[in-house]
Ligand binder design. Sequence first.
Ligand code: S3P
Length: 172
Amino acid sequence: MKIFLLGFMGCGKSTTGQLLAQQLGIQFADIDRLIEEKTGTKIPDIFHKQGEQTFRQIEKNALAEVALCPHDTVIATGGGTPCSDENIRLINQNGISVYLKMSAENLTERLRQNTHNRPLINNIHDREILRTFIKEKLNEREKWYRQAHYIIKAKNLVVSNLASFICQKTQG
Ligand code: S3P
């Protein structure tokens, strides 16, 4: 069994995923961390030195590797990981996908103090510009996110409840 958590930066994929894996007694993988381990380079450095296109190729390979590995795993994807027809297909054919849905407004609040390690937003310092960027990016990406098997409104859920909820859904 594999459970893929999808959603925009800052929606809580990694925190929820770790707890969910603990509750299910299976391993946890985070695509961004896998990429950093494999390349020996931090995500922002990959973006800055090699460009986004190269990052997307590395990300795609990391996704394929984790999707095809034989172990039961909860996988926190990166915000852009499911955003190609090929990648969302790979995800949905190899496990259960859950989209942690959050509004642009909530994401802006969560990301505002936490832009520095995120190359897509690390030079946006104005709240309104950040909100507009998130809104547009989210609109662009929704067509892939909403192909997830389950869509969960993540906003008011406490992480532990969210993990229990996904646990029930995916076990039931
Ligand atoms: C990205 C999200 C990041 C990381 C990279 C690109 C995106 O992951 O993969 O900075 O395109 O939305 P998180 O969603 O874990 O922040």
